[in-house]
Design a protein around this ligand. Structure first.
Ligand SMILES: Cc1cc2nc3c(=O)[nH]c(=O)nc-3n(C[C@H](O)[C@H](O)[C@H](O)COP(=O)(O)O)c2cc1C
Length: 218
């Protein structure tokens, strides 16, 4: 049976959403299908307005029970301090804001039951990222995500270089992405959009990910 794949994202300014569409395209071009889900927002509207966050993309909401119905998932993570956005306490003094990305409501905090029952164990996951710029934590964000996956017994599928060597090693232009996963640079004000090369790398990750998991007997 074909593996059931979810692309699970959080996207405040749309960069990760665009990358997710490119990853999905790659899965589909390899004969698979994938559904894009988004993590529920935990920030109050007042905070989102002060952060100039546009309306959310129109994707279904992922919850822990639904996640457990998939064989594999690819996480789209906009970096927060080199980590998941949904498990970090933070302040934005430049905006005179002090708030928490409340762990109580954080998505992974809702998966304790799945952890206890081993419901995600043996599933497969990859990740792609968005950071403000180079050095902002593309690789370490995915490395940190692996800790969560490991506790759940989820097998991490590295992107590697084999599917995108010329693209990842292209030094003729600034671009995100690494063997840990595709990536884009959003700029500190979110003004930069995923480049054609970054979207191509994301599509190649979708292809590579599906190529790996389609060999697994789920
Ligand atoms: C609280 C906060 C922390 C952030 N931390 C980082 C960081 O550690 N490194 C970085 O390069 N960008 C950082 N950023 C920028 C985000 O990664 C960027 O806004 C995001 O990748 C854009 O993706 P999106 O449009 O899908 O939300 C941070 C942004 C916010 C609001």
């Amino acid at each position: 049976m074909a593996p059931k794949v979810a692309i699970v994202i959080y996207s405040m300014y749309g960069h990760i959403a665009k990358m997710a569409e490119a990853v999905k395209k790659g899965v589909e071009e390899t004969g698979g299908s994938a559904t894009i889900y988004q993590i529920p927002e935990t920030l109050p509207q007042e905070v989102l307005a002060k952060m100039y966050a546009p309306a959310k993309p129109d994707y279904p909401i992922m919850d822990a029970t639904t996640l457990a119905t998939f064989d594999a998932f690819i996480m789209g993570i906009p970096t927060r301090y080199g980590n998941f956005p949904w498990a970090v306490e933070g302040t934005l003094p430049a905006l005179f804001l002090s708030f928490s990305f409340l762990p109580l409501f954080a998505f992974w905090d809702t998966t304790g039951g799945l952890w206890g029952s081993g419901a995600l164990a043996g599933k497969y996951a990859g990740a792609f990222v968005s950071t403000a710029g180079p050095g902002g934590g593309q690789e370490v964000t995915i490395q940190n995500a692996i800790s969560t996956l490991t506790h759940h017994g989820v097998c991490f599928v590295p992107f590697g270089y084999s599917a995108a060597f010329p693209q990842l090693s292209n030094l003729s232009e600034v671009h995100g992405g690494s063997p840990w996963g595709a990536g884009t640079y959003a700029a500190t004000d979110g003004s930069r959009q995923p480049s054609a090369l970054e979207l191509e790398i994301a599509t190649l990750q979708g292809k590579q990910f599906y190529g790996v998991i389609s060999k697994v007997n789920f």
